[in-house]
Design a protein around this ligand. Sequence first.
Ligand code: HEC
Length: 154
Amino acid sequence: MTRMLRAPPPLALILLLTACNRVGSASDAEGAAKTAAILAAMPAPYNTADLANGRQAFQLCSACHTAIEGGANMTGPNLYGVFGRKTASAVDYKYSPVLKAAGWIWTPAQLDKWLASPQTTLPGTKMAFVGLKDPKTRTDVIAYLHVVSSGGPP
Ligand code: HEC
């Protein structure tokens, strides 16, 4: 307090910092609220998943996938909006014939099967990923993917 009185920062700077802080915390709060709403709408056990763990596990997927709106197709397709969508429907991505013919709807349960072992679930898929053996990691990564692919904060 005494230090502030001795060398008061210019008023404009104080106002600017205060404004920035407010914008920052408002969007953080908005993001947190959106995340909470998306999670709450998921069935158990996803609604209580560990998103930090899911985010970390998603780094494995990030080698081949983006999940945000407008993200690029890479080795694998962009995953924005994947839940509730039919298999193989990202635009401008060349899927394998087997995934095109699969005709599933991507639900958390379907994704759980897929991520346990893509090659066993669908022989001939070009998703060259060994799978996630740990069921809890799958739950966490599916919940995280649901948040991000529904427009929640990454
Ligand atoms: C080595 C690259 C690679 C990795 C790592 C990878 N994928 Fe994939 N993924 C692909 C490819 C390639 C396809 C397209 C498969 C096909 O057409 O048969 C795909 C397809 C998918 C699909 C189907 C998309 C659709 O539009 O039908 C989902 C969902 C998916 N991956 C999720 C994941 C998740 C979640 C992870 C991480 C746990 C992951 N993938 C890791 C390459 C990868």
